[in-house]
Design a protein around this ligand. Sequence first.
Ligand code: MRU
Length: 349
Amino acid sequence: MERIINIEWTGSAEGGHLRLLDQTQLPTDTVYLDCKTVQDVWDAIKRLSVRGAPAIGIAAAYGCVLGVQGASQGVSQALNQAADHLATSRPTAVNLFWALDRMKKVEPCTPQWLLEEAKAIHAEDEAMCRTMGEHALSLMRQTLGQDAAGLPMPGVLTHCNAGALATGGIGTATAGMYLGHQQGLKFTVYADETRPLLQGSRLTAYELGQAGLDVVLICDGMAAQVMREGKVGMVITGADRIAANGDAANKIGTYNLAVLAKHHGVPFYVAAPSSTFDLSLASGDLIPIEERAAEEITQGFGKRTAPEPVKTYSPAFDVTPAELIRAIVTEKGVIQPVTQQRIGEVLGL
Ligand code: MRU
């Protein structure tokens, strides 16, 4: 499959820069941003030009390289400054902090070695996506009951964008879909549009459609009816941070889907690399939830759609309790049942 390039370092460690596909412009415009400073990367993360937990981590790692350019002395101080600043861009996706911690540990601390580490984080993410995809595809076959003969399968519902645009590879939640499609499986993906910033509509429906998958776009509030009509055989989403007990934070609206899935007897899966686990947090109650600007609800994409004035509350993520998650797909294997003990066993802790 031809991958859309979303994150790319161009040039040398000392003189190069980061190119990011500006995801705020999709699906209509393909525009690349040239990030030449740490602040450029911070801004790109904050405004969601680059978004999705793994992609944020990868972009921040390259941002650290920008932070040490020209700092012939005091490279590690410049690195710490850059990493500390980037850490303030968004609070929920733990991959950001995971990548920054990794960058801070690079020895010797030179631009060249830092670039090598950022590239390694990027390449490892690509490989993790592929392995997750293989595990997820087995789950899809088991859950949806299609054999190699190619019988039609019910749909797979996903939320937000946990796709290629959100990672260094073929996505987390979408990885099994891409591999299944390559292998000739026939299935429909129901993409929730994902209010308020429409990552499902602008990004997931776009990237899966470009790759030739059968995608049906629905508004978030339609999921219950679509499940009731028997159109959904499984739900799979990504995650931004998974606590030690398996509670998983993901885009706002994910928890709704998990509750709906339980009601309709539909399995609810999460796909996430090991870099998305935060075992320092005992439960999802401790995961910091980003709050976004009121305008994203009241005048998203430029048109006012709410009275003025109006009070708003806009948590960008919610936490799905482990008990609602049938399994978590990681690159190290499938965590099922979702318990602290099984998480430890699969992640090898
Ligand atoms: O606000 P976003 O677009 O960064 O939110 C992204 C999500 O919630 C994704 O589902 C999650 O980061 C997993 S990406 C593989």
